[in-house]
Design a protein around this ligand. Structure first.
Ligand SMILES: Cc1cc2nc3c(=O)[nH]c(=O)nc-3n(C[C@H](O)[C@H](O)[C@H](O)COP(=O)(O)O)c2cc1C
Length: 161
């Protein structure tokens, strides 16, 4: 059961989690990146911090056809309690997704705000079902518990569909 693992990552954390998911569950990584005004401003500031590495990889949001995949995994960082706009645009432009299950994950410092509920509504608006959702705090990512829990949810999906 093969997932399309669609994610955006500005400073690498969501990318690292997505890579671990792919290693554990298979599927393909599809990285997207929007450089709208908010993202440009925020990452301009981030590039001036010695502790932050900004990630430039990722295709601009556009049509992604997921008809060849059994299910979809969506990964995003949390920005001020919400998902960055690019991942929402990416979900809105998915094709071949109707009726497919989706597992959503958000990486954050510690408070995901409304990120998961916003993305759940976007997923449902595309005719997909939300089969699982999880936020992973920095601490849970560092100690491995977050990725383990996420992989567990995705494997449940993979074996059940
Ligand atoms: C502009 C900005 C806003 C953020 N807002 C939140 C927030 O509201 N809650 C939170 O827990 N973490 C917040 N964070 C932390 C990120 O969600 C967290 O570091 C995330 O894992 C980054 O993912 P990435 O490296 O894949 O871009 C914010 C980070 C940035 C750069």
């Amino acid at each position: 059961m093969k997932p399309a693992i669609i994610f955006t990552s500005y400073t690498g954390t969501t990318h690292n989690v997505a890579e671990q998911v792919r290693k554990a569950c298979g599927g393909n990584l599809i990285e997207v990146k929007s450089w709208d005004l908010v993202a440009r401003l925020l990452m301009y500031m981030a590039r001036h911090s010695p502790d932050i590495q900004v990630r430039d990889d990722g295709a601009p949001p556009g049509t992604i056809d997921v008809s060849n995949y059994d299910f979809v995994v969506i990964g995003t960082p949390v920005w001020m309690g919400k998902p960055p706009s690019g991942i929402r645009k990416t979900i809105a432009a998915l094709t071949g997704c109707s009726g497919k299950p989706a597992v959503i994950f958000a990486t954050c410092g510690e408070d995901p705000g409304t990120t998961l509920s916003v993305l759940s509504a976007d997923i449902e608006a595309k005719g997909m079902t939300v089969a699982g959702q999880l936020s992973l705090s920095q601490k849970e990512i560092e100690d491995g518990t977050g990725v383990n829990a996420l992989v567990g949810k995705i494997r449940e999906q993979g074996s059940g569909s």
